[in-house]
Structures are given as structure tokens and as C-alpha cells.
Design a protein around this ligand. Structure first.
Ligand code: HEM
Length: 404
């Protein structure tokens, strides 16, 4: 392609608040377009649904950053750190990916997750009990954030009181602006995280329990099924992946309903619609936005466009999920929508391991909020809601009022 790359203006407040006008233009421009993404990196963006589906199952597109020719951010980190940070399933290809995913997949099946329902309901009620009497709350800090953090911490068997530390370090490691994060800051956060997780593993080795981390330690120590670096990277991935996106689904879903009062009323009058509504929130404005990165292991062609080896390919699930060729009237939020196989959880071998858990948490949390916060309304003007810039989308805070 000869056109100049389009900048995804992550630092621009108008784009952060509503990226969809630009998303739409990109999709209408053509199936594959060169863009400059977070961190100033060049990428080829894939914007249509059918192409996205195909690209996500194409083995020539790697998840391993080491296959990228432009590794500016990673190149600045010491080798040792880079290796251990990347030793997780999300950033691996088969056969390592298959081995790592198999170690934990049983803990995330629909059946195992369904067993967590009573605990998630109890936690949801406890959090709402605290805010209901006040008649106002920040639904991110008071509700949407502590719920998934507690759930994933308990599943892994790590002390939930530590969450402020790992949240802070995780935050520093995520790209959030137009500039690449300062490598020194990322490196320091990773050192802290590594030391923290190493200590957790040490304590758990001394006092094993009936939890996922103890199971992983057995797989490491008795069966040599993963290295110590891989164990540390796994714990970090599950902790981070286990809450950041789910916060955005819960708070983002509630924000979408507040912006669409007709849909809110519809859901209130028929709670059976909630499961479909969760899928619609994910399609309409999913937490991973614009999408999922891959790296071309060889020269490839997508929708007739030649993409060179080493290129970053951004499979824009959030743009594809509004492709009118796949979803009728795609810019309309419709909680009754049928045939809604969106790409918000990805597709193919890396399909989100936590999808059943995220769906259950979203269902319980949003359902309880609608039941227990009558008259819920934004406490600020809609354009005063601040959204998280770059890569992972959702409100940073959601101040609301309701009838106590
Ligand atoms: C992978 C989205 C919640 C754990 C993914 C991928 C997406 C995604 C798009 C695919 C990435 C790729 O192909 O490169 C989401 C969304 C969530 C959510 C939108 C919430 C609404 C969770 C939760 C967990 C989790 C609660 C729990 C631990 C993972 C893991 C992977 C993954 C471990 C890597 C899977 C692999 O590489 O095989 N997620 N996720 N996610 N997700 Fe989620």
C-alpha cells in the first residue's frame, strides 16, 4: 500500500472518548490499511469481520513478539527481563502455547466456572451493600474493579490485600498513550512484579493449598512441565488478564446502558435478556480496542494486500464487530440482537481462556447493579466520563447516583 499510514491518535481526548468515527473511516477505506499504533509502531490494520476471523486462525501470523521486525520497546529491556516477561501463553506459538494453555485450561471450563457462581454473587452483594446506603458511588473503584480482582486472586490463591501493589505495577506495564511507555518504568514495574510473584510462589511452596497456583507449582516441581520463568509469567498473565478487561466489561456495559435508556428499560423489564446483552456490550464496544496484535512470520497476503515478513498485523476486532457485512445496523446497541458471534474474545487457539468467567462475572454484576440501584443515573455529564486510552478500553471512573 502506498498511502501514508493513518495515526491512531491515542492521546487525543476526542478519539479516546469515541474512537468509532475513525474506526468506521478505516473500515470504509479498505480491508487492510497501514496505521501508526500506540507506541509509535507501524502496523497493518485488518478491519473487516471475515478477514479478521481468517487472520486469527492463520498460523503464519505469530503471537510471539520476537517475530516482529520492529521491537523498539522490547529491544530496550534487558534480555533476561524480556525473556521472562514473554514466557506466557498469550505471547507464545505452538508447541509452547499448547503446553502452557493445557496446564490451566481445566480451571476455566464452563463447568468449573459455574461452580464459582455462589461466591461471585456473595462478593457482588457485599460490594453493593457498602454503596447502596450512600445513594452515590464510583462504579469502577467501588464495584467493577474490586469484584474481578478478588475473584481471580481467590482462584489463584493469592492474598487479595496485595491487589493495590499488583494493580499499580500492571498499570505501568500497559501501553496507555501515544508514546511508548518509558522502558525504565516498565522494567522497574516488571522487577517489582517479578519479586512479588516470586515471593508468592515461595510462600505457596511452603504452604500449598487447594488452589490454581499450588497446582501450577506441582506441575513445575514434580512434573517439570514448565520453567520457573514460565511459572512467574503465567501467574502475572492470569492476574492481569483476569481483571483489567472484566472491569471494562462491567463498567463499560453499565455506561452503555446509561447512554441508551430505552435499552436499560428493556433489560429491567426482562432480565432474561441479560445474557444476550453481555454479548452485545462486547460487540458494540468491547474492552480490547481496536484489537489483537500478530506478527507476520513470512510474507502474507490479506484481502489482496501484500504484508511483509516481520510486520505487525493489528486484527481490529472492535472495528470488525461493527462491520455492516456481518452485523445488520451495526452502530445500534441492541440487547435483543441475535446471531452475535463477535470477535471481542478473539478466535482460534488464543481464544480468551477466561471468557466463561468474564461472562459470568459480567452477568452477575450488571444484573445485580440493575436490581439494587434503582433510578441509576450518571452523576456527571456523559462527556465528562474519562476513558482509558490505548489498547484496553473502558471508563476510568463511573460516578453515578441512585435511590438508596
Ligand atoms: C486471551 C479478551 C477476560 C484470561 C484473550 C484474547 C482476547 C481476550 C481478545 C485473545 C488475545 C489474542 O488472541 O492474542 C478478553 C475480554 C475479557 C477477558 C474482552 C473480559 C470481558 C479474561 C479473564 C481471564 C482471561 C477473566 C482470566 C484469567 C485470558 C488468557 C488469554 C486471554 C489467559 C490467553 C489465551 C491464549 O493465549 O491461549 N482475552 N478477556 N481473560 N484471556 Fe481474556
Amino acid at each position: 500500500m502506498s498511502e501514508r499510514p493513518v495515526l491512531l491518535p491515542y492521546a487525543e481526548p476526542a478519539f479516546v472518548a469515541d474512537p468509532f468515527p475513525l474506526y468506521r473511516r478505516l473500515r470504509e477505506d479498505g480491508p487492510v490499511r497501514r496505521v501508526v499504533i500506540a507506541g509509535g509502531l507501524d502496523a497493518w490494520i485488518v478491519t473487516r469481520y471475515e478477514d479478521g476471523l481468517e487472520a486469527l486462525s492463520d498460523p503464519r501470523l505469530s503471537s510471539d513478539v520476537r517475530d516482529a521486525s520492529d521491537t523498539r520497546l522490547l529491544a530496550q529491556l534487558p534480555d533476561r527481563e524480556r525473556e521472562s516477561m514473554l514466557s506466557n501463553m498469550l505471547r507464545s506459538d505452538p508447541p509452547d502455547h499448547t503446553r502452557l494453555r493445557r496446564l490451566v485450561s481445566k480451571a476455566f471450563t464452563a463447568r468449573r466456572v459455574a461452580e464459582m457462581r455462589p461466591r461471585i454473587e456473595a462478593l457482588t452483594d457485599q460490594l453493593l451493600d457498602k454503596v447502596v446506603p450512600a445513594g452515590r458511588a464510583d462504579l469502577v473503584a467501588d464495584f467493577a474493579l474490586p469484584l474481578p480482582v478478588t475473584v481471580i486472586s481467590e482462584l489463584l490463591g493469592v492474598p487479595v490485600d496485595d491487589r493495590h501493589d499488583f494493580q499499580r505495577w500492571t498499570d505501568r506495564m500497559i501501553m496507555r498513550g501515544a508514546e511508548p511507555p518509558d522502558p525504565a518504568v516498565v522494567n522497574e514495574a516488571w522487577q517489582h512484579m517479578r519479586a512479588y510473584v516470586t515471593e508468592l510462589i515461595r510462600a505457596k511452596r511452603a504452604h500449598p493449598g487447594d488452589d490454581l497456583l499450588s497446582g501450577l507449582i506441582t506441575a513445575r516441581d514434580e512434573e517439570q512441565r514448565l520453567t520457573e520463568d514460565e511459572l512467574i509469567a503465567m501467574v502475572f498473565l492470569l492476574l492481569a488478564a483476569g481483571y483489567i478487561t472484566t472491569v471494562n466489561l462491567i463498567a463499560g456495559g453499565i455506561a452503555m446502558l446509561l447512554a441508551h435508556p430505552g435499552q436499560l428499560e428493556l433489560l429491567r423489564s426482562d432480565p432474561e435478556l441479560l445474557a444476550g446483552a453481555i454479548e452485545e456490550f462486547l460487540r458494540y464496544d468491547g474492552p480490547v480496542s481496536p484489537g489483537i496484535a500478530r506478527f507476520a512470520r513470512e510474507d502474507v497476503e490479506i484481502a489482496g494486500v501484500a504484508i511483509p515478513r516481520g510486520a505487525t498485523v493489528l486484527i481490529a476486532s472492535a472495528i470488525a464487530d461493527r462491520d455492516p457485512a456481518r452485523f445488520p445496523d451495526p452502530d445500534r446497541l441492541d440487547v435483543t440482537r441475535q446471531d452475535n458471534a463477535h470477535l471481542a474474545f478473539g478466535h482460534g487457539i488464543h481464544y480468551c481462556l477466561g471468557a466463561p468467567l468474564a461472562r459470568l462475572e459480567g452477568h452477575i454484576a450488571i444484573g445485580a447493579a440493575l436490581r439494587r440501584l434503582p433510578g441509576i443515573a450518571l452523576a456527571v455529564a456523559p462527556d465528562e466520563i474519562r476513558w482509558r486510552p490505548g489498547g484496553l478500553r473502558g471508563p476510568l471512573s463511573l460516578p453515578v447516583t441512585f435511590t438508596p
